[in-house]
Design a protein around this ligand. Structure first.
Ligand code: HEC
Length: 146
């Protein structure tokens, strides 16, 4: 029973990492803390306040707050759930239940009109896998204000 559970967790993990187009094995840090990993791969629910907002705070708010570069250019303010859901001056960036077409999550792994987020993060310009998976799963689960 336990083995079966562990197996399905590893399969899910392998699938999620492949989905990001990465072939290298996940580094140990990406799997810790254990609880976080289980929340991502198991049936756990992602919380906007405790899981999503800290990532936005650390990686997006710098520019996506009134006065910031991203806000000035796109109108996207991520300082609250309401403003995130409102999106840019052109419309929503989060489509609840659909992380594939939501610009909010799409721009983290691919580009759209040459854009990739978070802008100017590091050489590879890509957020940690665990964070990407967290944001995607939150959108997949309906982008709730929880
Ligand atoms: C260094 C500044 C900066 C950071 C950090 C940043 N952004 Fe942006 N973002 C921008 C700028 C500038 C634009 C406007 C780009 C344009 O329209 O040319 C933008 C636009 C966007 C858009 C709208 C794209 C569109 O289709 O109009 C989304 C969605 C977005 N950012 C998501 C994020 C997310 C999610 C994060 C954090 C993981 C993030 N950004 C972090 C600068 C930033």
């Amino acid at each position: 029973m336990k083995i079966k559970f562990l197996l399905s967790v590893s399969v899910l993990l392998a699938l999620s990492f492949n989905a990001l187009g990465e072939t290298s094995a996940p580094e140990v840090g990406a799997l810790a803390p254990e609880l976080g990993a289980l929340k991502l791969t198991g049936g756990g629910e992602i919380s906007f306040r405790s899981d999503v907002q800290p990532i936005i705070h650390d990686y997006c708010l710098n520019c996506h707050i009134p006065g910031g570069k991203g806000y000035v250019k796109s109108g996207l303010d991520m300082s609250s759930y309401e403003s995130l859901m409102k999106g840019t001056k052109f419309g929503a960036v989060v489509k609840p239940g659909d992380s594939e077409t939501s610009t909010f999550t799409k721009l983290l792994t691919g580009t759209n009109r040459g854009l990739k987020m978070p802008a100017g993060l590091n050489a590879s310009g890509t957020l940690d896998r665990q964070y990407i998976l967290t944001l995607r799963k939150w959108v997949q689960q309906g982008a709730k204000n929880n």
